[in-house]
Design a protein around this ligand. Structure first.
Ligand SMILES: Cc1ncc(COP(=O)(O)O)c(C=O)c1O
Length: 382
């Protein structure tokens, strides 16, 4: 108890990344050789090792997970107005990559047990206009993809697997991010492996690979025609400095995954008698939670609101983050009248209103986890 009180003045951020020795050596190499742009050797090395880790043929390193999604969707050559099914409960990037390309996003409500897009709702919403589905895994537990993958194959619907939060996770025995036509990852500082900012596109399809590579680099021409461009691309390149960090991080991936699960298990144990909360499953037949973040969903009969809990934790120097905001309620999409005003996504609303996550980054100590758990219990039981 005295130990816990000593932590009171120490701020516990929602995420602290962990940087290992190899990253520092790699970055030093970039600086000393002046290879700092996207042309350096670490970019190719990172693409090769990350695609191999995920059992994919090709990797394209980019500047963020958001960039990866935009490129992945554009690489599929869909037509304006084609429908793309996306989760209602996700980061806005999942919708932006569809909206920006003139495609029509169709929202899928979440599943109350896993907080992921509900596979049955996906099947219900598939129509003749559906040309792609973005499968986004949320917070550490994968989407149960079996039925979606089966139907999409039958109906020739393209699959983009957004595995931003799922590096190292498996669906049955296969890595998340190795399913579908193309998959995307984020290496933001709170992800399992980080490059500060960054992302990757993985695919087994050579045409998607070549198109993605071109889109990331402004669709430059080749040779004498370098400055002639035949499509609208982006400068979404990853620098050698970022990839140098990524290469080092990837060497430690087993250690990282082990620690993420330890963090999750420690919270689970500490909070097991807490009656006012729901937590994502630890284990189902198809996956074992990797706890990218440790999410808390307050039950409806909880005597304190989510915002009060967040405020009180912050008063105790514990930073948390509230859950995603439902896509249909995003101000910009309402202004653009992207979604039907009358459509309702009750589970996404509940998650968004009552959910938040605890500090779960690799830099957190066991003592800090115990302090956060203790404070949370105190607040919920008062
Ligand atoms: C599921 C998911 N997809 C995409 C992204 C976007 O990644 P980035 O922040 O690297 O743009 C995030 C970011 O956290 C995410 O959680």
């Amino acid at each position: 108890m005295r130990k816990k009180l000593r932590l009171r003045n120490k701020f516990i951020p929602v995420n602290v990344p962990k940087i290992y020795k190899q990253e520092k050596l790699n970055v030093k190499n970039c600086l000393e050789t002046s290879w700092i742009s996207s042309e350096g050797k670490f970019v190719k090395e990172f693409e090769k090792s990350f695609s191999k880790y995920n059992s994919r043929k090709y990797g394209v390193a980019v500047s963020s997970g958001t960039a990866a999604l935009e490129i992945a969707v554009k690489s599929l050559n869909l037509k304006k107005g084609d429908e793309v099914l996306i989760p209602c409960f996700s980061i806005i990037s999942t919708a932006l990559c569809v909206v920006k390309l003139g495609l029509k996003p169709i929202l899928i409500d979440a599943d109350i047990k896993t907080w992921n897009m509900n596979p049955d709702d996906v099947l219900k919403k598939i129509s003749v206009k559906t040309k792609a589905i973005i499968i986004t895994h949320i917070y550490g537990f994968p989407v149960d993809m079996k039925k979606i993958l089966k139907v999409s194959k039958l109906k020739k619907i393209r699959i983009i697997e957004d595995a931003a939060e799922m590096i190292g996770q498996k669906y049955y025995k296969k890595k998340c991010g190795s399913f579908g036509d193309v998959s995307t990852f984020s290496f933001y500082a709170n992800k399992h492996i980080t490059t500060g900012e960054g992302g990757m596109i993985l695919t087994n399809d050579r045409s998607i690979y070549l198109k993605s590579k071109s889109l990331r680099n402004l669709c430059f021409g080749s040779g004498i025609n370098r400055f002639q461009h035949d499509d609208i691309g982006w400068n979404y390149r990853m620098t050698n400095l970022q990839a140098a960090v990524g290469c080092g991080q990837l060497k430690n991936i087993s250690k990282i995954i082990k620690r993420k699960r330890e963090i999750g298990k420690r919270y689970l144990k500490n909070l097991k008698n807490c009656k006012n909360i729901y937590i994502q499953p630890n284990k189902l037949n198809y996956a074992h939670n990797i706890f990218w973040v440790f999410g808390i969903l307050l039950k409806k009969n909880s005597n304190v609101s989510r915002d009060t809990v967040i405020r009180k934790l912050l008063r105790n120097n514990v930073q948390t983050r509230n859950f995603f905001y439902p896509m249909n309620k995003q101000k910009i999409f309402m202004k653009m009248k992207i979604f039907d005003k009358k459509s309702n996504f009750p589970i996404s609303n509940t998650l968004s209103k009552n959910g938040f996550y605890l500090p779960s980054g690799l830099g957190i100590s066991n003592k800090e986890i115990d302090f956060v758990s203790h404070k949370l219990i105190e607040i919920l039981e008062k």
